[in-house]
Design a protein around this ligand. Sequence first.
Ligand SMILES: *Cc1c(COP(=O)(O)O)cnc(C)c1O
Length: 359
Amino acid sequence: MGYPFIEIDLEKITANAHLLVNMCNAHNIQIVGVAKAVCADIDVAKAMLAGGVPMLGDSRVQNLRRLRMAGIDVPLLLLRIPMPSEVDEVVQIANCSLVSELSTIRQLSQAAIKVGVIHDVILMVDMGDLREGIMPQKILPLVQQILLLSGVRLQGLGANFACYSGKIPTSGILKRLVALTQQVRDVFALALPIISGGNSAAIDLLMTSGIPAGITQLRIGEGILLGRETLKRNPIPGAYQNPLILHTEIVEVQEKPSVPSGEIAQDAFGNIPVFIDRGIRKRAIAAIGRQDVEIDHLTPIVPGIDILGGSSDHLILDVSDAAEDIAVGSEVCFYLQYGALAHAMVSPYVSRVYKTRNF
Ligand SMILES: *Cc1c(COP(=O)(O)O)cnc(C)c1O
């Protein structure tokens, strides 16, 4: 396998999934395993299922289609509110969608009637993150309209947190979501079995028993993949933080000054870099760059290696204090934060190597 590659430890992903499934089960919450950060990698999805995840979700219909085509038969949830232009595909591939726009829900309804399916929808409510979702005061009139449509079945309400504005899901805000759902149930005499209370940003609440009764679903990606809650990126006790590791190869090691000579203009990405003079340093170049990965969201595994910067195809490291000898041809490995992972998994230049497998 050529460099660079991401080594994926499937057993660790299964173990993380299992841990989170158990944590959620203790609170009567179902997990939707979210595979979008790994581009719905089939083996990663199967590893999540092996850990007991009952349902998978992704933002992109293409990814859900790939899961279905691979023979995965659990219910699939479309996380990004659908594009009007994709409703025909959505109702054929996804079992359920998160929705917020009446016009799109009407189109989903027509598409579902056309192919003779019932498409489940969860109405997203904006609880403060200011990404998708309707404002709470608009829920009742919208539900009234949805109930007039056949082909779609309203299964509940949902909310998202900490994605766009970093809005923290608190016990109080989730209680409000439960109360809003209860109001809809009462007004329209509906069962509404699902209250979808958010993403990995809710794991902190889960660990401190702060999730109010009534929340029935969490949509978890990063918590399973990287073993962290996402408000402060604290490790989840008992979870692995390293199921995914980036391996790169060193193509140059040279002693160089730490500050460039002469005048500085823009770098390849339009930024004007700033340098600290640390004298002559031993620098290494790894053959990977900003085109493949968000280099600021990598953490070198070997102590003493610093990331200095990079360009499209080069990652520049200070290896003067590296705990291991770094030479041309050496392998240097990195932990990936969410942004780096999501980015690297779509790069055609980054391969995938699967480590252990128990399914
Ligand atoms: C991405 C996404 C998730 C999963 O987020 P994580 O932070 O990876 O757990 C959940 N819900 C929605 C709507 C999303 O877009």
